[in-house]
Write a protein that binds this ligand. Structure first.
Ligand code: ADP
Length: 207
């Protein structure tokens, strides 16, 4: 039997929409962590020339592509919202590709330890076992709503609808090994990030 390769020390970074995942991931990256963003990978799969495009074309038709060959996001969102079956079919195309591309990016990433940014880590099967630790970026729901509204121009009901499809703050916190409190000023993140980074470096070297 082939020996099972030893995996690099890795952290699954998660949090609700607008909690500050990207902000924290960028701060850890600036200190030397290797960051693999699964949302970005998912997005790239459905860009022009993306690996998921041929199968989306085959299963859903050209009407679900934009003239430049990307997935027509708005149209697909509407369709899968109305047809749960279509959502299952789309996920069956995307999820295996996301897994493959995430592992590829992880294998190529340079850094003492790996951060996987996974918005739906607690909601997805498998992720908790894939990572050495789960880091939750936490803030109050009112803070999430305020940030997402000012960033994206979504309305309050739209933000609430997205949040309703995610686990509750309590469930997410229950899955955490480490928590960053991001209810305050962005500057309050610095000491928390530095402390965690030092801990992760120590754990990565020891593992
Ligand atoms: P996520 O990746 O979890 O959706 P982001 O890191 O993109 O969240 O943060 C959401 C928005 O809130 C961004 O515009 C970001 O610049 C802003 N933001 C994040 N943390 C803070 C903070 N502590 N104070 C003020 N704005 C913040």
């Amino acid at each position: 039997m082939e020996p099972i390769p030893k995996r690099r020390f890795s952290v699954g970074l998660t949090g609700g929409i607008g909690s500050g995942k990207t902000t924290v991931a960028d701060m850890l990256a600036a200190r030397g962590a290797a960051v693999v963003d699964t949302d970005l990978i998912a997005h790239q799969l459905t860009m022009p020339g993306g690996l998921a495009i041929p199968e989306i074309h085959a299963q859903f038709g050209a009407a679900f592509l934009t003239p430049d060959g990307a997935m027509n996001r708005a149209r697909m969102r509407e369709y899968v919202f109305a047809e749960p079956d279509a959502k299952v079919r789309l996920e069956a195309i995307l999820h295996p590709l996301i897994r493959i591309e995430t592992e590829r990016a992880a294998a190529e990433a340079q850094g003492v330890y790996l951060i996987f940014v996974v918005p739906l880590l607690v909601e997805s099967r498998g992720w908790k076992d894939r990572v050495s630790r789960v880091l939750v970026v936490d803030c109050q729901e009112v803070t999430q709503v305020r940030r997402v509204m000012s960033r994206s121009g979504l309305t309050e009901p739209q933000v609430h609808a997205i949040m309703a499809a995610q686990v509750s703050r309590e469930e997410r916190l229950a899955a955490a090994d480490d928590v960053i409190d991001n209810d305050g000023e962005a500057s309050a993140l610095i000491p928390q990030v530095e402390q965690l980074h030092a801990r992760y470096l120590a754990l990565a070297t020891a593992s």
